[in-house]
Design a protein around this ligand. Structure first.
Ligand code: ADP
Length: 503
């Protein structure tokens, strides 16, 4: 099994290793400094004692010299006194030898002193004890040799003491530097450890952020590679589970939507024939008014009107269901704009006259052809004009216009009716949406007309938009691309047309 400690364990291990390293470096440093100090103090006291012993050796030698030169009047020096002085000297030598330790120079200087003192004893002291006067110059030479070697030992001891102090200083400085380097090394190791820890989290976290972005962007197949410390790996697994469930839900939603679309498509289709039959018979009956009494005629008229409404609703539903299923087809051909607009205006005019409204139609001269399904574009225009007619009050002015805007033809239907509020405008193309105002509710409708108009305009590669302020009328515009050489200039709906209408 792969060792993959949790974030807390990693932090704990990291801090523990750092603590152990710092402790080790500090202990080693403090121990070494303590040792240097102790060694220094030992050396200093040893060298002081050795200096003391050097002084004692000098005194012992002076005593020896005094012993071999008796006071005037006495004939020969006292052997006992000489022996005592010699014993003093030997004692001092053996103590000094203990103190020189392993120091080669000091031991050599001490040996030299002892050898010179021995030579002095043989060549000066013994002849004098026997009453012989040593040859001239010998006594002074031997005495000087002993005194000089004593002085040399004292000097060497002082030098050794100074050397020990310098050594202690150098050692202290080196140890301090080593401890500082050790601490810096431990901190560096900790830095590397923590940056490793952060790096081990960075890559999986980055993958999670990227995955979340893709998921939010709608790519439900997004999954992340699970990795990093336990906590982040758990987060990665949870993310993948969430993506799985989102994808499952979306698939289920699509399936239900599909079922609903299929149902609406089938039902609308099945309803169309009987409703057409009912409408046909009702119209036949109203056409034979003379053979019906007034109540029968009235009933036949109601049936004809209601079945016409029903038929329109069924056709709208069919169009929407086909559009959702991608089965709404248009048959675009190069189409002249002027005649198309004039025809729709002509067909709609009686409805405006019925309500004392004026409909003015303006068409820019020499408009190029559009690549469009004339029936479907007429349907869109008729829907916009019907809305203007039914939602505007009696006596209102409605304008229908067609103009060129760059490479597109803009169709606009403007009225001076009640208009729509800012929030209402956001929903005006939603299916089944109708404004809540009393005027709208008084007028019959299904809330499907504009949704179908939008689908049809989109299918043509155009764009539709609405402009209005509450109480100041509404303008509905849609743009269609101009046909070039009999082909449309645009096959895909654009997000925003040059005329500025958002899709
Ligand atoms: P319907 O007219 O059958 O209700 P539509 O989709 O054609 O459905 O219109 C949706 C809603 O938009 C309408 O119910 C109405 O509230 C609002 N509407 C459409 N055209 C206009 C207009 N010219 N003036 C004011 N409101 C309008």
């Amino acid at each position: 099994m792969r060792f993959n400690p949790s974030l807390t364990s990693r932090l704990r291990i990291g801090f523990l290793v750092l603590f152990a390293l710092l402790l080790l470096v500090s202990l080693l440093g403090v121990g070494r400094l303590f040792q240097v100090r102790v060694n220094y103090e030992d050396d200093i006291s040893r060298f002081f004692q050795l200096e003391l012993e050097s002084e004692r050796l000098r005194s012992a030698f002076i005593l020896e010299q005094a012993a071999v030169r008796p006071p005037t009047g006495q004939k020969l020096p006292s052997q006992a006194e000489i022996n005592r002085a010699a014993a003093n000297f030997s004692d001092a030598v053996s103590r000094a030898r203990d103190l020189t330790g392993s120091d080669v120079t000091l031991t050599a200087d001490l040996n030299q002193l002892v050898a010179n003192e021995n030579a002095w004893r043989q060549k000066v002291a013994q002849p004098l004890v026997k009453g012989k006067i040593p040859p001239p110059g010998v006594e002074s030479r031997q005495t000087k040799a002993v005194t000089d070697s004593g002085q040399k030992l004292a000097d060497a001891t002082r030098d050794a003491r100074d050397g020990s102090r310098d050594h202690a200083r150098t050692e202290t400085r080196n140890t301090t530097l080593l401890v500082a380097a050790g601490l810096a090394g431990a901190l560096l190791a900790a830095l590397i450890l923590f940056s490793g820890l952060i790096n081990s989290m960075r890559a999986p976290l980055g993958r999670l952020v990227e995955g979340a972005r893709r998921l939010a962007g709608g790519d439900l197949r997004t999954r992340v590679q699970v990795g990093g410390p336990v906590e982040i790996a758990t987060l990665g697994r949870a993310f993948n589970e969430m993506a799985n469930s989102l994808e499952r839900d979306a698939r289920e939603r699509d399936r239900v939507e599909q079922m609903k679309d299929d149902f609406v498509l089938t039902v609308s289709h099945e309803l169309r024939t009987p409703v057409t039959v009912v409408k046909g018979f009702a119209e036949m009956l109203t056409a034979q008014r003379q053979s019906l009494n007034p109540r029968q005629y009235e009933a036949a008229e109601v049936i004809a009107e209601s079945s016409a409404q029903l038929q329109k609703m069924i056709n709208d539903l069919l169009d929407l269901a086909r559009s959702d299923a991608g089965k709404l087809r248009i048959e675009p051909h190069p189409t002249e704009v002027g005649p198309l607009v004039q025809r729709v205006g002509r067909q709609m005019r009686p409805h405006f006259e019925e309500r004392d409204q004026t409909l003015s139609v303006s068409i820019q001269k020499d408009l190029p052809e559009i690549e469009a399904d004339a029936d479907r574009i007429s349907q869109v225009l008729a829907n916009l004009l019907t809305n203007a007619n039914k939602y505007s009050p009696e006596g209102a002015d409605v304008k229908l216009a067609a103009t060129r805007v760059d490479d597109e033809i803009e169709f606009a239907v403007a009225d001076n009716g009640p208009g729509l509020g800012e929030e209402e405008l956001e929903h005006v193309f939603d299916r089944f949406w109708r404004a809540q105002s009393g005027e709208t509710q008084e007028v019959g409708g299904t809330g499907l007309g504009l949704a179908i108009a939008k689908s049809l305009v989109d299918l043509h590669g155009g764009a539709i938009s609405a402009d209005s302020s509450e109480g100041e009328g509404a303008t509905f515009r849609f743009v269609l691309p101009i046909a070039k050489d009999g082909r449309p200039t645009r096959t895909e709906p654009a997000s925003r047309t040059k005329a500025g209408a958002p899709t």
